[in-house]
Design a protein around this ligand. Sequence first.
Ligand code: DOR
Ligand code: ZN
Length: 420
Amino acid sequence: MYLCIKNALHLEALVDLVIEDEHIVTMVPAGHQPQPENCEIFDAGGLVLMPSFIDAHAHLREPGFEYKETIATGLHAAAHGGFGAVMCMANTRPVNDTAAVTNLMLSQAQKSHPHGPRLYPIAAATKNLEGRELAPMAELKEAGCVAVSNDGRPIQSTEIMRRVMEYAADFSLTVIDHCEDPTLADHWVMNEGEISGLLGVKGQPAVGEALQAARDIMLAEYLHLPVHIAHVSSALTVDIIAWGKARGISVTAETCPHYLLLDDSALEGYNSQCKVSPPLRTKKDRDALIKAVADGTIDILVTDHAPHALHEKMTALDQALVGFSGLDLAVTLTWGLVKEHLLPEDALHRLWARRPGEIFHLPTNGFAPGDPADFFLFDPHENWVPSEQNLYSKGKNTPFLGQELSGRVKHHWLHGKMIF
Ligand code: DOR
Ligand code: ZN
């Protein structure tokens, strides 16, 4: 069975896309080629066509914290947010450090979303994320984990980090490291700087992130092994990554939309909705991060989707939990950077689809014949206001709640099937 998506805007050119079952057949300039017989037609009416995105870093909270999010609700938000694949972090309860937990995650995804978005669990790097004993990576890989990470609980011991990298490499699992020096980050609530000083609250300095990233990158060079630096938040860490790349070290890195759009001035007024780990840094950091995603020093974008119940966020700054709900809004927010000419449109495909696919060995759609028919249509002109009612995630904890945004995902196909 053929399907033709007519009159879609792909990188500013009007195209027709033909798919057969689960795969791309061809993409041609609109109206230039007759459709095959028995072809169902969908008129895109000039909407923007993008490949389904991969979110290589999300917290879906199941098992253990289902009141914040479940795999079903997280994948539902992902589908409506333009994501065809989600890699979920291991800080569940119990932690994803056994095949039993990985199996449970995968079976919940299969039950609720048999046609996708696909779920790819990330295994804990160490048992119970305690940073002491390695997790059983062979069994976790066999169960379906695609990477390992101690996200949320940085690995303090360099010796353990070394063993994690060596052991993970035996199973071709990429190590994703949350870089933070916990001794510099005791009881922090935000970035350490002018604003934390004015507010009179405890900050954590960006140098702690850069120190751990430097450690990891030097280990990667010494061991001839890869490392992936999670949610980079500071200009100094960007410089360290650029240094590693220039030396030919196998280092890749990610950042999140919020580090490109917000800075620590958002916490003025003690706004606990803007508390996240790592914290929002300064305007200078934000500018350096935008430059780094544009020039490829930072390889990919991720949401770090961290849903929490509102009562866990709408409390005193020092009590509030860290993290933002991200899956619903990521495409809209990063499209804003394209609109402001800070990123070319093609960079979104690279940062959200092509590079994460390469780094984590996941299928992606490059619109070439035979590619998976995973794509969505986006209306760049629709203005809307995210609210507790229209976000699909259970997590309503985003600093963008109630703000008018422009651009919205309208339809999404996975495996050639329209999922909405
Ligand atoms: O903001 C964050 N929230 N950063 C993390 O590293 C963990 C995450 C969470 O699990 O809530
Ligand atoms: Zn995270």
